[in-house]
Design a protein around this ligand. Structure first.
Ligand SMILES: Cc1cc2nc3c(=O)[nH]c(=O)nc-3n(C[C@H](O)[C@H](O)[C@H](O)COP(=O)(O)OP(=O)(O)OC[C@H]3O[C@@H](n4cnc5c(N)ncnc54)[C@H](O)[C@@H]3O)c2cc1C
Length: 401
């Protein structure tokens, strides 16, 4: 019996586990020669791209409904150590029980995390990086009507005008307005977007900038560009130019890094801490270790490198899963393929903007792009559940389209 161990129950981890089962079954092997185990800190696949939406606690799929039907074993535990020489992983379960899990092949798919800021009052700042953080923000917003009607009760300051910052900022006015109206409050709703750069969506390039600027204008979101936060408290935020904005809600979205577990694997890491993988998702120079999703960086189409996104995490996971099983069973590996790069940015009631290509050429805006974004968010990124045939068929489709 050979053991494949997958760390992480996100998009890359789930599809790595399913991809390995599918490859083994396609090669005529049942569970008797190859055992697939997934260890994750939680019991759900969290649909992270939806955490800017209302009701974030519903943005999850129970892992047992995807992995159970295809015979993947599961541990709910937090991995604390990886020994690539001994081929063991240490983890701590919910009740504090320590586990040591051996593997023949490992897939690291522990994702990424927001780099939390360091300034006075940073502990009062919200984020939407994890389900629990997004839920904490949602609970806070819903409790705003109970607060004293001081200035800033319905003001939100979003820090970081990148992809995540733009998505939360452009829905925040609508969310705050609904809460204020339900609470019978007459105060103004205000959303302020802060970024160090002097443009919105700096990493999205000039392609969709006109649509982003016009949506921010339409939604009356205030810009504070070329600035950051100096300090925050539950009542206000102070910007780096000394401006004081009364607010009950500061949301931090700037800066992502790969899971700190990547530091426990030798090999080359990029500036985000991602492990360098080849086209088969093998960590270069580290035998028996593969990585996928936000923990890894590998070759994408036309000489580009993969980016931290579902769009890449899903096919990277399927590819890694296939290849760990193929390596153990002596069958043919698969090289990574992905759909041509595209990007769908929600702009709240101002619609959405859809781009294709690495230059991010705008191909749809307004209602058309909004429908596409909603289809991505509510259907295309969800795994099949309960039905093993459908789950394994999905694992075999390397392209998202
Ligand atoms: C608010 C937001 C909006 C986004 N919007 C988009 C979008 O529109 N389009 C897009 O393509 N991408 C988007 N992304 C990025 C996308 O969500 C990630 O790229 C994707 O989730 C990466 O998948 P992953 O499986 O690599 O990691 P994750 O989804 O982060 O999953 C990591 C898994 O590893 C587990 N884990 C982590 N550490 C440990 C540990 N020590 N022990 C055990 N388990 C561990 C976690 O519990 C989790 O199950 C967004 C992200 C956020 C936060």
């Amino acid at each position: 019996m050979k053991d494949i161990l997958v760390i992480g129950g996100g998009f890359a981890g789930v599809w790595s586990a399913a991809g390995a089962v599918r490859a083994a079954r396609a090669a005529g092997h049942g569970g008797e020669e190859l055992r697939v185990t997934l260890v994750s800190g939680g019991d759900d696949l969290v649909i992270r791209p939806r955490l800017y939406e209302d009701d974030p606690e519903t943005m999850r799929v129970p892992l047992d409904r995807v992995l159970g039907p295809i015979g993947v074993r599961r541990h709910t535990a937090t991995v604390t150590g990886i020994d690539t020489e001994a081929r063991t992983v240490r983890a701590v379960g919910r009740e504090g029980v320590e586990l040591t899990i051996s593997y023949d092949k490992l897939v690291l798919a522990a994702g990424s995390r927001l780099v939390r800021p360091v300034f006075p009052g940073a502990e009062d700042v919200f984020d939407i990086d994890t389900l629990s953080a997004a839920a904490a923000l949602d609970h806070h917003l819903r409790r705003l009507p109970r607060r004293e009607p001081t200035g800033g009760r319905y003001t939100a300051v979003v820090v970081g005008a990148g992809f995540t910052g733009l998505e939360i900022a452009t829905v925040m006015g609508e969310r705050l307005r609904a809460i204020a109206e339900a609470g019978g409050a007459a105060e103004d709703v205000r959303v302020v977007l802060v970024d160090r750069a002097d443009v919105l969506g700096p990493e999205l390039g000039p392609g969709p900038r006109a649509q982003i600027d016009s949506a921010v204008d339409e939604l009356k979101i205030e810009r504070r560009l070329g600035l950051t936060v100096a300090s925050a408290s539950p009542e206000q935020v102070v910007l780096s130019d000394g401006e004081i904005i009364p607010t009950a809600t500061v949301i931090w979205t700037a800066g992502m890094a790969a899971s700190p577990l990547t530091a426990q694997i030798p090999g080359e890491h990029d500036r985000l801490g991602r492990l360098n993988v080849d086209a088969h998702m093998r960590v270069i120079g580290v035998p028996d270790v593969y990585a996928a999703g936000d923990t890894a960086v590998g070759p994408a189409e036309e000489g580009h490198r993969t980016i931290q996104s579902c769009q890449h995490a899903q096919p990277m996971g399927k590819c890694a899963g296939h290849n760990v099983a193929a390596e153990l069973l002596g069958t043919a590996p698969l090289a990574f393929v992905s759909d041509p790069y595209s990007n769908a940015l929600d702009l709240g009631t101002a619609g959405a903007v859809l781009t294709t290509g690495w230059e991010r050429t705008v191909v749809a805006t307004g209602a058309e792009a909004k429908t596409m974004k909603q289809n991505i968010n509510t259907m295309w990124i969800y795994p099949a559940v309960d039905d093993p045939e459908q789950i394994l068929a999905q694992a075999g489709r390397l392209l998202n389209s």
